[in-house]
Design a protein around this ligand. Structure first.
Ligand code: PLP
Length: 310
């Protein structure tokens, strides 16, 4: 993902302030728990720009912030102050739009919040368990890479990888933070590299007991007849804002939608399958473990439109 702009908005949750800074300058004390424990949460939103008016739209803005709040609660972080994050995101968007080339009609903004400084934790307890004094937030822009845009039409070949836990484990093991969007993405990154090393474009996580879960940064949606299906978030995955936008659009168009337990065979046998996520929107899955998956160009266009409609 390319660096498009050096705008950075920093949020001091305690003092309730938003300041701008330069993305290329060091900002974080190394003691911050986001840096060395991955203790923090984030969201990445897609922003569309109308080239004629320069006006912008943050897609699925409310579901993203609602999930951010939910992730904060799951990590026992302070509730992220809405007005500060709105201000930070708006600041970043304004900076980007002020310097955009005319041809750019979309970019993304990532916002995040860390637990804060380790040194403020109660050292008599386990480090990083306390609630340190200075949660901090930040927001910055990321360009949509040409390769990401290309995938929306070209699609991706996936390989399935064992996620290492059984489906529905999260309900019994909340400390695994399954379903929270945390800054601990090293496993997801490793899975993506592993898939590429195997000659594929993407990983598709499967539970240890054989249910399809999600990609490292995306959800799976399949088409079967007139029904769109996606794995049940309770099975052990992040409940995607894009998947929800796709379902809303499909239902409005008269298709049925279903959260279901799906296997790899269900994906291979589908009438079409996509990885859906905020920035790439909907990417056709063209092969699973080297086995071809049917494509539906018309349905893909509809998914793209549904994601942009909210
Ligand atoms: N699953 C994981 C693990 C993700 O990281 C993401 C997004 O980055 C998604 C699913 C898709 O979520 P969304 O559609 O809200 O971007």
């Amino acid at each position: 993902m390319g660096r498009m702009q050096t705008a950075l908005a920093l949020i001091d949750v305690d003092s309730g302030t938003v300041t701008t800074a330069d993305l290329e300058t060091a900002q974080f004390p190394v003691e911050d728990l986001a840096i060395h424990r991955g203790e923090g949460i984030f969201e990445t939103v897609l922003v569309s720009v109308d080239p004629a008016s320069g006006s912008t739209r943050i897609h699925s803005e409310e579901p993203h912030f609602a999930r951010f709040q939910q992730s904060a609660a799951m990590l026992d972080l302070p509730a992220p102050p809405r007005e500060l994050f709105d201000e930070a995101v708006a600041t970043v968007i304004a900076e980007v739009v002020g310097s955009l080339e005319e041809s750019v009609t979309e970019f993304s903004v990532r916002y995040a919040m860390s637990r804060g400084l380790d040194s403020h934790a109660d050292l008599s307890a386990h480090r990083s368990v306390g609630t340190p004094a200075r949660a901090r937030g930040w927001a910055f822009p990321i360009a949509v890479a040409p390769a990401q845009r290309a995938q929306r039409t070209d699609g991706v070949r996936v390989v399935t990888l064992d996620r290492g836990y059984d489906a529905y484990l999260g309900e019994k093991a909340p400390w695994l933070l399954i379903g929270a969007k945390t800054l601990s993405y090293a496993v997801n990154q490793a899975a993506a590299r592993h898939a590429v090393a195997q000659g594929a474009d993407e990983a598709l996580f499967v539970s240890h007991d054989g249910l399809v879960l999600e990609g490292p940064t995306s959800n799976l949606v399949i088409l079967r007849g007139d029904t769109l299906l996606t794995p049940d978030p309770r099975a052990g995955l992040l409940h995607g804002t894009t998947q929800r936008a796709v379902f809303a659009g499909a239902e409005a168009a008269g298709l049925s939608t279903e959260y279901a337990d799906l296997t790899v065979e269900d994906v291979v046998d589908a009438d079409a399958a996509w990885l859906v996520s905020s920035v790439r929107t909907a990417v056709p899955v063209v092969a699973v473990n080297g086995r071809p998956v049917a494509r539906d160009l018309d349905a893909t266009s509809r998914l793209h439109a549904w994601v942009r409609a909210v």
